[in-house]
Design a binder for this molecule. Sequence first.
Ligand code: AMP
Length: 282
Amino acid sequence: MKLIQPIPQLRRWVLKAQAERRPIGFVPTMGALHEGHLSLIKQARKAVGLRGRVVVSIFVNPTQFNQKSDLKHYPRRLSADIAKCHKAGVDLIFAPSAKAMYPEDFSTWVEETKLSKPLCGASRPGHFRGVCTVVLKLFNLVQPQVAIFGQKDAQQAAVVQRMVRDLNIPVRMIIAPIVREAGGLAMSSRNQRLSPKERESSLSLNRALKLTRASFQKGKRNANVLKKFARQQLRGIPGLRLDYLELVDRHTLQPVVKASAGDLLAVAAFFGKTRLIDNVHL
Ligand code: AMP
């Protein structure tokens, strides 16, 4: 496995893979890797086969953080990540510097203007502009045939899929299911920042989503009733501050009035300073 930081060196590596006609499968991450990321790496290997190349990028993208302190405290674990990628059979880790990705006079941005607006887009202004810009830059650099994203960040997956379609980017997108801890908590690099008490409280998120889905399965269809029920499950949970809980169409991400199978129930909440997200499909 190779670790590359400078962009020119990555370009040479990509040209060689292309000359050898090796398909490239790409998993963009911000590092502090966990089982969720490893599941994406497995899917990438499955997609490109043994002859193909699996590339993982590790880049804590400053432009998608709308709070300086969140960026500052985001976990960085490069040596542990290298060991995990090595074990998982990754061919290349691309870990560029922020300076190389964003030179001082950087002035070009990619903005998706519809799916980016609700949910996380409403509470994190500029977040998806940062995501789209960095993902397009990484696609241009790594030139993958296939890219793997996680359903954990459902809105991000939808926004990037829309960008890929709208801008005719020749990348096949695969969206991988959410990997959870034993108690149901969706794995996230941010989970490392939870205190034991906050971790306990955070289990409420997935519990509330599952109970609400069960209520839908028993026949409840009124979206307001379902959302109210879900919010009730989260009321009184120590240390929890709800950011949003919404029931939206899985394609448009617009709120639904009457719930139907496949709709996306999505939640974001703070536990202390740590913001977690989770979602289920009804
Ligand atoms: P991140 O490093 O948090 O930016 O995530 C990198 C990729 O891993 C994104 O496509 C995420 O959706 C995906 N991912 C993060 N957590 C999980 C998880 N628990 N299960 C599946 N995919 C995940």
